[in-house]
Design a protein around this ligand. Structure first.
Ligand code: SAM
Length: 226
């Protein structure tokens, strides 16, 4: 994204409405703007109307709130609001990229429209947690296409229920896959291992889709260096 230029800035549309009507910002209030480029843009409100908010933007400050390594989560989608919850929490935990997965046993397959919906959820969650880089959202991908992505870390793990599986590796830079409510099929697991993926368990209890994805992201994000 292009940097936000220091000086006067007029915000309109949804952001202006949110600032003026929901957050009730008033002249003199301080706010931090971001556009996903890794900088905080401190600003001061000059005027706040329903349709437009005028601000003075001060010089940007580089602030790194990222993990320091890529954390890619590919997941079948849980139903309804639980998908939005998943995106919100992955954003907070620092995941760098989310891939909605099309899997055999999914009750509801993700549609292309989820990308825009999830991107909006990422922005809202980033505002709340202070993240100034955005978690990327891929279009929904078929299982085999996901298994063969080349622009992801080599530490690749499918989460799968089962008693004899290795625990999730505790190292930085990882891509994890989470199955649907009905789980991955034996064929999907076989295709993953053939493609060089590890298979890991998070313990003997069956977790819901979003719990499994967030538990793995929490374990892996705890290894941020510095
Ligand atoms: N009956 C399904 C099975 O046994 O695979 C349950 C699927 S679970 C609701 C949804 C997804 O969450 C699974 O496909 C898996 O990716 C992940 N998951 C749930 N519990 C897990 C665990 N204890 N260890 C690893 N992955 C788990």
């Amino acid at each position: 994204p292009d940097p936000i230029a220091p000086g006067e800035l007029a915000l309109t549309g949804a952001e202006a409405h949110h600032m003026a009507a929901v957050r009730r910002f008033a002249p003199g209030d301080r706010v931090v703007l971001f556009n996903g480029d890794g900088y905080d843009y401190p600003a001061e409100v000059l005027s706040a109307g329903k349709r437009s908010v005028a601000l003075t933007v001060f010089p940007p400050v580089a602030v790194d709130r990222e993990l320091g390594f890529p954390l890619v989560v590919g997941s079948a989608l849980p139903k309804g609001d639980r998908a939005d919850f998943l995106i919100e929490k992955l954003t907070e935990l620092g995941a760098t990229r989310f891939v909605p997965l099309l899997t055999t046993r999914a009750v509801v397959q993700p549609k292309p429209t989820v990308v825009e919906k999830f991107e909006r959820a990422v922005i809202e969650a980033s505002k709340q947690c202070g993240r100034n880089r955005l978690m990327a959202i891929d279009p929904p991908r078929q299982w085999d296409e996901f298994l063969r992505l080349t622009d992801v870390p080599l530490n690749r793990v499918v989460l799968h229920t089962g008693p004899d599986l290795a625990p999730v590796a505790r190292s930085g830079g990882c891509v994890v896959a989470v199955g649907p409510e009905g789980g991955f099929t034996p064929e999907e697991i076989a295709r993953a291992t053939t493609a060089g993926w590890g298979v890991a368990s998070l313990g003997p209890r069956v977790l819901r889709v979003e719990t499994a994805a967030l538990a793995a992201a929490a374990v892996l994000s705890a290894h941020r260096s510095g």
